[in-house]
Design a protein around this ligand. Sequence first.
Ligand code: SAH
Ligand code: SF4
Ligand code: F3S
Length: 447
Amino acid sequence: MKPTNSPKTYRVKSFGCQMNVYDGERMAEMLGEQGIVPAPEGEDADLVVLNTCHIREKAAEKVYSDIGRISKAGAEAGKQPLIAVAGCVAQAEGEEIMKRSPAVSMVVGPQAYHRLPEMLDKAVKGERATDTDMPAIAKFAALPERRRTNPASFLTIQEGCDKFCTYCVVPYTRGAEISRPYSDLVIEAKKLVDAGAKEITLLGQNVSAWSGENDKGHKVGLAGLIRDLAKVEGLARIRYTTSHPADMDDDLIAAHGDTPKLMPFLHLPVQAGSDRVLKAMNRSHTAESYLRLLERFRAARADLALSGDFIVGFPGESDAEFEETLALVDEVEYAQAFSFKYSPRPGTPAATMDDQIAREVMDERLQRLQAALNRDQMAFNHASVGKTCEVLVERKGKHPGQWLGKSPWLQSVWFEGDAAIGDLVQVELVEAGPNSLAGKLCEMAVV
Ligand code: SAH
Ligand code: SF4
Ligand code: F3S
């Protein structure tokens, strides 16, 4: 690679889960410390960071098409940007990316991105560098303080996964389960609030597995952390994602009833409704134990909105077993959910299982599942019409004078009137659509 001038502008593109969004923000902050500024909208950046996702084949392939597109645009403009590949594809396919894509000068895994500035120094000299080390938690201590934030911000409290569901790459790309220390999280939450955050979503691949020692030296779980963060002045809302049914304890269920700042929303992936399939997936719950768990959450917080993740077409899934997934959906009535076709991931046990399901069968199952999920989402939104609730204003809407925010149940709500980004306002929900609701701003705005 030829030496280049030091980059003056950057663009970080994050794919995949919210943890990647969080990592992308922290990389951006770090590049900011180096005096590099975000590239203006519509202009090419001198440095592009592709913060990638490896969860499904399509997500992983995207990185190569993006690299191709960026270098083609660079060639046409007569100026090649520096390209860094970060995230889970970097971790899983680091060497392959370097071989396949000469335009890439840096490959950095999700646990090593605090070393991006050093890699950048090398890249400017024309050297290529790969860093996919997984030092336990070192990165957080090495990152600059939080500066940038949105009214609704993310805070990663836990990383990695020890669950080894047989279809999933996360334990390989993100490593073992690790909890960040309690005091670091309280400090970071306060920094986010000082910078304007009103809502914080606590993140982890298995966020409910978080544990730590509080300032009095007592062992606390996620519920304890949530209750303490609820004491942070200026913080109005707390959410958490993603949980695993195996780690949900009584205290967390109780927190949904006794901590008003904890929003009435639970994302709890189930993946399938058949116990045989769940076992083959190495999920430690059954359909029945999952349903009983939800009942306990609903008993603690009657208006709890539920969300989940589903995979259709796991190897060996029969028609009858798929019907069990539909039956579970009918029973739960999710407020929203994510559903995917099974995608074989290299190195995972399920990828080499017998009875891989034909694409057409998966297509058909996904369609049926999504029709059921959409029906329930629409019904949930319809049932919200007439309610007055608090909305956190996150951005401007498409039309002048229009604002977009989130209800406590994580619905997108748009309304018109006198408001600003970061306001918490009372809105009457007046009309439901499949993906959002129209609201009417109430006279008294509470900030
Ligand atoms: N830690 C979370 C979510 C991990 S990834 C959990 O345990 O549920 C987000 C979702 O992607 C998963 O819940 C699952 O539904 C889906 N997913 C993971 N691996 C997949 C694969 N190989 N094919 C299709 N979907 C997958
Ligand atoms: Fe993947 Fe399962 Fe871990 Fe979730 S719990 S990240 S699906 S291995
Ligand atoms: Fe994707 Fe990695 Fe998140 S594989 S879903 S970016 S943990």
